[in-house]
Design a protein around this ligand. Structure first.
Ligand SMILES: Cc1cc2nc3c(=O)[nH]c(=O)nc-3n(C[C@H](O)[C@H](O)[C@H](O)COP(=O)(O)OP(=O)(O)OC[C@H]3O[C@@H](n4cnc5c(N)ncnc54)[C@H](O)[C@@H]3O)c2cc1C
Length: 358
């Protein structure tokens, strides 16, 4: 059967293509890159992400992901540590996205390389040609296509910054099987070990902090490390020589409530959960599988019902992640929150549960 055009071969687009292919629907996956890149991401894969990946035929352990069993939180003078409810993993996005593409191709999905400039129900208008299908799935993630931009209303928007460092023995020992969250005034850094023995240091910070550091990511890390000794301990010698990736104006908290007939919005184009929760990939996979099921039941006419149902499903995790972010980014609230978390670890575990997609 002739399927939809899926724009974007990230987790959301690949999940949709895999579910459709298993039902013998031939979708066309279009991505601007011939090979999976390594998008800026914390690279923390929650137990919910792992479960959906397994259902799509991806075994994350076979990809040599690093197991994560604990969460450690740091605010100015406070630390809390707790066991995760279920095992999670650290894995680079290059490895995950490559595995998803390979799985889709194995099931017969065709991947075309083109940069899509604009979309309409049933067609993607690319730099090199038009791609047509029975409906269109928009899964371009962090990147908006012309005419479909998500609103960015925040006066001080969040920026993402990532530094990946080859971890020496001392750093590997410090991080171990933990996801560390270092809470700053105006943002946080997440640190996790990944495949190949790398430590992935990913920050989401208010733009104003970046401006204080003269818009220089290296200067910004120096500024933060001077204020936060425990963060400084995690930056190994020679970190200044490493490349720092950055991404601007992440529309945290945004949820697509509506769509046009024939246009399904997936992944970050459907809902953007604050990254502190470590659930964005899970949401992307969940939206991809759900969109595919709505398409299988209703064809391109199912887009509006899908979008409304997915918005309702994403509401709770996004709302609680926004709440967690507003506590984490405020030094007094963060210290109080960590003290409370130490006294009542079950409350922190409940928050982890409430920020997972159902
Ligand atoms: C700072 C930060 C840290 C994060 N950390 C985590 C974390 O630790 N754990 C977690 O679960 N989530 C995390 N997230 C969220 C996660 O990265 C996203 O939610 C997830 O990548 C969304 O997947 P997606 O498939 O929607 O989009 P993407 O992963 O962005 O994939 C989009 C695909 O579309 C392609 N594309 C884009 N534009 C075009 C175009 N015009 N034409 C053709 N192709 C195009 C791209 O090449 C890419 O392959 C983080 C986010 C940020 C900002």
């Amino acid at each position: 059967m002739n399927g939809p055009v899926i724009v974007g071969a990230g987790p959301a687009g690949c999940a949709a293509a895999i579910v459709l292919a298993r039902e013998n629907v031939a979708s066309l996956l279009v991505d601007r890159d011939a090979e999976a890149g390594d998008p800026l991401c914390g690279g923390f894969h929650s137990w919910r992400t792992i479960r959906t990946l397994e259902s799509l035929g991806i075994d994350i352990q076979a990809l040599r992901a690093a197991p994560v069993h604990r969460a450690v939180l740091f605010a100015k003078n406070q630390t809390a540590e707790l066991a995760l409810p279920r095992p999670a993993f650290g894995l680079s996005r290059h490895r995950l996205d490559s595995a998803l593409r390979r799985r889709a191709e194995y099931l017969g999905v065709q991947i075309d390389v083109d940069t899509i400039r604009s979309v309409e129900p049933g067609a993607a208008i690319g730099r090199s040609r038009h791609h047509e299908g029975n409906g269109l799935f928009l899964a371009t993630g962090k990147h908006d296509v012309r005419g479909e931009s998500r609103p960015r209303n925040a006066s001080d928007p969040a920026l993402g910054i990532r530094l990946r460092v080859p971890a020496d023995a001392a750093l590997s020992r410090i991080i171990g099987d933990a996801i560390e969250l270092h809470l700053f005034d105006g943002g946080y850094a997440g640190i996790v070990m990944q495949d190949g023995g790398y430590a992935n240091i990913c920050l989401a910070l208010k733009k104003s902090l970046f401006e204080q550091a003269n818009k220089d990511p290296h200067e910004l890390l120096v500024m933060l490390s001077e204020e936060h000794p425990r963060f400084r301990e995690r930056l190994p010698e020679g970190w200044r020589e490493q490349r720092i990736d950055s991404i601007g104006a992440v529309p945290y908290g945004w949820i697509a409530q509506h769509t046009e007939e024939g246009l399904y919005r997936l992944g970050d184009q459907a809902a953007v959960i604050p990254s502190l929760a470590g659930e964005g990939i899970s949401i992307a996979l969940a939206s991809g599988t759900m969109a595919a099921r709505y398409w299988l039941a209703n064809g391109s006419a199912g887009s509006r019902a899908y979008q409304a149902a997915f918005a309702a499903r994403a509401r709770r995790p996004v709302m609680f992640a926004r709440m967690a972010r507003s506590i984490a980014e405020h030094p007094v609230r963060a210290s109080t929150g960590i003290r409370a978390g130490r006294a009542f670890p079950s409350a922190l575990r409940l928050l982890m549960h409430l920020t997972r997609i159902g």
